[in-house]
Design a binder for this molecule. Structure first.
Ligand SMILES: [Fe+2]
Ligand SMILES: [Fe+2]
Length: 169
């Protein structure tokens, strides 16, 4: 018996399960981004989080559309993975001292979140295509591309921040 009480018998069941997993995750990420905007001291990082918050709200709307296209209830399932990533991010950011380290810790946490999303959307898109649902795949692809772009922007900020940290060490 696995962690999930619903039996996952078909690829379609697995697809809907993963859709509910990422739906839960995106909703948690919205709340986390609101806190991260508040916590970040670098104005560029605040701005990046704000724009990704707006994109993330759209990701939720697109996921709701995919649920409707599939004819299943719009709902999430607990996702201990994203809970763990966000809890660890909270612990680390509340323990660091100094704004350079704080921003670096926030960027690292945000990149971990993006990588989780990218992995999930990669599987969902592959499975949607396998199930003959290119219409669902193309909506999920939009979410994937925005999460990939967010990750690339964060990677640039991580490198710039690391340079500043070395320069002031
Ligand atoms: Fe997302
Ligand atoms: Fe994201």
């Amino acid at each position: 018996m696995g962690l999930y009480t619903n039996n996952l018998r078909t690829m379609d069941d697995l697809f809907v399960h993963l859709l509910r997993d990422i739906y839960y995750a995106e909703n948690r990420i919205v709340k986390a981004l609101v806190d991260m905007i508040e916590t970040a001291s670098d104005p560029r990082l605040k701005k990046a989080f704000k724009s990704h918050l707006h994109e993330t709200e759209n990701h939720i709307l697109r996921l709701q559309q995919v649920f409707r296209m599939r004819g299943v209830d719009v709902k999430g399932v607990d996702c201990p993975a994203i809970d763990g990533i966000l809890e660890e991010a909270d612990d680390v950011t509340s323990d660091v001292e100094g704004s350079i380290m704080l921003n670096a810790a926030l960027i690292a946490a945000a990149q971990t979140v993006e990588h989780y999303e990218i992995a999930r959307y990669g599987s969902l898109i592959a499975w949607a295509k396998m199930l003959g649902r290119d219409d669902c795949a193309s909506l999920l692809q939009k979410n994937l591309e925005e999460d990939q772009a967010a990750d690339r922007r964060l990677a640039v900020m991580a490198e710039n921040g690391a340079d500043r940290a070395v320069a002031t060490a």
